[in-house]
Design a protein around this ligand. Structure first.
Ligand SMILES: *[C@@H]1O[C@H](CO)[C@@H](O)[C@H](O)[C@H]1NC(C)=O
Ligand SMILES: *[C@@H]1O[C@H](CO)[C@@H](O)[C@H](O)[C@H]1NC(C)=O
Ligand SMILES: *[C@@H]1O[C@H](CO)[C@@H](O)[C@H](O)[C@H]1NC(C)=O
Ligand SMILES: *[C@@H]1O[C@H](CO)[C@@H](O)[C@H](O)[C@H]1NC(C)=O
Length: 395
């Protein structure tokens, strides 16, 4: 402020010719030294404040540029890691305009329903391990967990197999599998045995029952390494740390129903960076989002459902969320994958045809979904006993 006054109001800056003339008269007879001194003084009065103003202005501009840059960096950071967790591996930012090639390649199964190593039988959950270039599959009706290397023609049994049973080394109708944070163990929903089981990747004889008596259906892991387990029978989702007896309720838990604090047969769950839990609320034909510590969910897809306005989402089984909050849902009734954008009233189909079928563009009873690090979309094509890879279309 003071600098501005100096510049705008100083007589030296807006010189009045008459006054200057007077001053000149006054000093005319004095030594030329005085004149020189005066000129220097005038110069200083003009130059110094102006310089200070300019420097300050430059500083201000620099600061605001820095602020903007920092903001952009933070925004970018948020966008990049917005929903980063072990479920959303993609490093490609996926937004509401992203497309996938309509014709998929089969990355596991696809050789009919059966128990050979190149077959699957009603697969449910998948876990894509980009680091190890492999996919783990809960091969439900084969009572086993199989691992398919990317590009392989056969799977490898990594848990269960042979006959189903309730011995520790057996599985019965497993519906989901994930790896723990250190990727040392498989965590398996051993659904038919009503238990959550931990299975060493190094030593297939090393199993441990983590939670007995739970009809576990879906599993997720957050960026702290905590597990999220949907308890199908109790219509709730819990967050659970290894070593703890009890989990913490994070969604549902108010009995079976369609109120916002209830769920009805939760299928796939997805956890974002902020530990919000998205639930494919199967019987209610909707996807609910439960933010951390919430006591009820938010209806995120479809946006507006009432008795007059029935849901256009039919029996969602799979749900994943991209970096920009778009929700991808597998619609088991319509055999395609829909994207529900936060600002859209209706979902749009991204892959699959409305007609079920088994060609490369079709799906039959699609289930769980996953992205890989490159943004390719994997769909459990349960009715065709195969896992489909829809390549991201970056053109
Ligand atoms: C899916 O397709 C993409 C593009 O062809 C490929 O890079 C990726 O490895 C495939 N995934 C698997 C599991 O084979
Ligand atoms: C399954 O059975 C085969 C043949 O009986 C046996 O060699 C194999 O070890 C068994 N696998 C498991 C995981 O028990
Ligand atoms: C959730 O609750 C915990 C424990 O009360 C608290 O520390 C945390 O800040 C809460 N988080 C949010 C996002 O409300
Ligand atoms: C929801 O749908 C009802 C019935 O069609 C309509 O009256 C209402 O305006 C809609 N609300 C919003 C927020 O779109």
């Amino acid at each position: 402020m003071n600098n501005r006054v100096g510049v705008d109001e100083s007589p030296a800056v807006n010189p009045d010719p008459r006054r200057l003339g007077k001053l000149y008269e006054h000093f005319r007879k004095r030594k030329s030294m005085w004149i020189i001194f005066f000129i220097i003084l005038v110069a200083l009065i003009i130059v110094v404040p102006t310089t200070i103003v300019l420097v300050n202005k430059a500083k201000r501009e620099k600061t605001s540029t820095m602020e903007i840059t920092t903001e952009i960096e933070i925004t970018t950071e948020r966008t990049t890691t917005g929903t980063t967790n072990e479920q959303l591996l993609s490093t490609v930012i996926i937004n509401k305009n992203m497309k996938w090639k309509q014709s998929a390649s089969t990355v596991a199964g696809g050789n009919g329903q059966g128990s050979e190593l190149n077959q699957l039988d009603a697969p449910s959950g998948i876990y894509v391990d980009d680091d190890d270039q492999s996919i783990y599959i809960a091969d439900t009706d084969n009572n086993r967990i199989v691992r398919w290397k990317f590009g392989a023609n056969n799977g490898e049994i990594v848990a269960g197999g042979n006959v189903s049973g309730n011995e520790k080394y057996q599985l019965k109708q497993p519906t989901n599998v994930i790896l723990d944070q250190e990727k040392k163990y498989l965590i398996i929903c051993d659904t038919g045995n009503f238990r959550l089981i931990k299975w060493s990747r190094q030593n297939s004889q090393d199993q441990e029952i983590l939670i007995p008596f739970i009809v576990c259906f879906a599993l997720a892991i957050d960026n702290n390494g905590d597990f999220y387990i949907s308890d199908w029978l109790n219509n709730k989702v819990i967050r659970w740390q290894e070593g703890n007896k009890e989990g913490i309720l994070v969604a549902g838990g108010n009995g079976e129903g369609n109120s916002f604090n209830q769920l009805h047969q939760a299928k796939q769950i997805f956890v974002d960076k902020y530990h919000s839990v998205y639930v494919a609320d199967f019987v209610n034909d909707r996807v609910m989002k439960w933010t951390k510590n919430a006591t009820e969910g938010i209806l995120v897809a479809p946006k507006n459902v009432s008795n007059q306005n029935p849901s256009t989402m039919l029996k969602p089984r799979g749900v994943i969320v991209d970096h920009t909050g778009n929700i991808y849902v597998s619609d088991a009734t319509d055999h395609h994958i829909m994207r529900w954008s936060p600002d859209a009233r209706e979902g749009i189909a991204v892959v699959g045809k409305e007609q079920s079928g088994s060609d490369s563009t079709q799906l039959t009873n699609p289930g769980y979904l996953s992205f890989d690090r490159s943004g390719n979309l994997y769909v459990v094509d349960a009715g065709n006993h195969r896992i489909q890879n829809f390549t991201i279309d970056l053109n």
